[in-house]
Design a protein around this ligand. Structure first.
Ligand code: AMO
Length: 435
């Protein structure tokens, strides 16, 4: 019977004839014997030894079915299991110029991403991505949040006009969604706490190691919650994701980065909360600079926290931190003005430790119709594009809030990768849209 490699590696199966389907991951032909590392459709590998006369036409990435007994041989890679092939059937003999070998530049691997996804690194990344999605969904389901599927083609900007992707929409213009937040907000009136996971798009003009033009966005919104509730929800969610991945993805974590498990062990809740004011004090005490036109100057109240300042705030920490109460002026139109300090907004960002920086942004939404209208105008957005959104404040407005978590940012941090492109299957950046 056809089995997967993971099911087959058991001492009870030794001596039994097995049938395996897969691809030739590595191939070493000798005069009498040929050694194949076979990769199955789940990315697991096993050594196959076969008489060279059965392997004459085989090439790297040929797809084959092999039949033969399972043996134990301590020389076999990974866990010492090996199949002695007695019969090989090929589905496809791959062309001999397979472009992915052992040593390739990062750019070449990205150019051939459709093929380099078959490398051990990307197989392991794919598995952790799958876990992150599954454990997120499990968590929301267990906590009784409803999953919704918001539109991707939209008419209104959420995160400012400068990163919008414009698309032709019949005889009109539309945009690719930057965030599903406004649609999630519409749903709290009829489905209660809701969440979604969608691609979000940002025409990011900068090439950075943490920005993508298309990323996987987990967003959540709930009625009648306070900023403390919002913090506690994110804390529980993120901690749960870390715990589950640590428990269930040990093999992948060990393969991808030997230090990630140790760092995940150190994470505990509650995460520290600091105000934006305190963050600025810390950064100023370290003489942290930001770019202002052509010059660099010391950061001051009212500046946004850039990559460098987030790195400075988190580089010596093991635990994520929340930064709360940002100046209203640097946050989008929907952020609620604080009742105690009109200059600040009830926004909260979650920063990952060890310099990784922002992984989530959120806050309480402005629920006052007049203030929201003013903020839309001040932000130089078109009020007519937000009529439907303003209706939400006209008909039964309630205090509410939510957040957006960037899944690739979370993965980059958990896996300890430098470049965000390494945690996406098909990265989209300013300079890359294929494959
Ligand atoms: P924000 O713009 O901060 O907030 O985005 C939320 C989270 O999404 C991730 N993210 C990105 N990941 C990769 N590449 C990008 N270009 C990129 N841009 C953002 C980050 C970020 O923390 N609607 C609000 C959230 C809210 O208030 O609910 C929003 O989208 O991890």
């Amino acid at each position: 019977m056809f089995k997967r490699i993971a099911d087959l590696k058991a001492d009870d199966n030794v001596g039994k004839t097995v049938v395996l389907k897969g691809w030739i991951h590595r191939l070493r032909k000798q005069k009498q014997k040929t050694f194949i590392i076979l990769r199955d459709d789940r990315g697991d590998i096993i050594q196959v030894v076969c008489p060279s006369r059965l392997c004459e036409d085989l090439t790297i990435e040929s797809s084959i079915e092999i039949t033969g007994p399972l043996n134990r041989d301590s020389r076999a890679p990974e866990d010492g299991y090996e199949v002695k092939a007695e019969r090989i059937v090929s589905f496809n003999i791959a062309e001999t110029d397979y472009p992915i070998g052992e040593y390739q530049s990062e750019e070449t691997l990205l150019d051939y991403r459709h093929l380099s996804l078959r490398t051990r690194k990307m197989i392991n990344v794919g598995r952790v991505r799958n876990s992150l999605l599954k454990y997120s969904r499990d968590w929301f389901y267990a906590e009784n949040w409803m999953e919704i599927t918001p539109p991707i083609l939209v008419k209104s900007a959420v995160e400012g006009g400068s990163t919008l992707f414009k698309v032709k929409y019949f005889d009109d213009v539309a945009f690719l969604s930057q965030s599903s937040q406004l649609y999630l907000e519409s749903m709290i009136y009829c489905l209660g706490p809701v969440w979604s996971i969608t691609p979000s798009f940002r025409a990011e003009k900068s090439r950075t190691i943490r920005h993508l033009a298309e990323f996987t966005h987990l967003e959540a919104e709930a009625p009648w919650i306070t900023i403390d509730d919002l913090i506690s929800i994110q804390e529980k969610l993120v901690f749960n994701l870390v715990e589950k991945i640590k428990e269930n993805n040990t093999a992948e974590l060990d393969f991808l980065n030997t230090t990630s498990k140790i760092k995940l062990e150190r994470i505990s809740i509650p995460f520290e909360k600091i105000s934006y004011d305190k963050a600025i004090d810390i950064l100023r005490s370290k003489d942290c600079k930001i770019k202002d036109g052509d010059t660099n100057r010391v950061i001051e109240w009212g500046d946004d926290l850039n990559i460098e300042s987030e790195r400075e705030l988190t580089k010596d920490r093991y635990n994520p931190i929340f930064v709360i109460n940002y100046p209203l002026g640097i946050k989008p139109f929907y952020v609620k003005q604080s009742d105690v300090d009109s200059k600040t907004g009830m926004a909260v960002d979650l920063l990952a430790p060890e310099g990784y920086g922002e992984i989530s942004g959120g806050g309480i939404r402005e629920d006052n119709l007049e203030k929201l209208k003013n903020r839309i105008t001040e932000s130089k957005l078109e009020p007519k594009d937000y009529q439907w959104y303003l209706d939400l404040r006209k008909y039964g407005s309630v205090p509410h809030g939510g957040f957006g978590l960037g899944m690739e940012r979370v993965l980059r941090w958990i896996l300890g990768f430098e470049d965000i492109k390494d945690v996406v299957l098909f990265p989209r950046t300013m300079s890359r849209i294929t494959p």
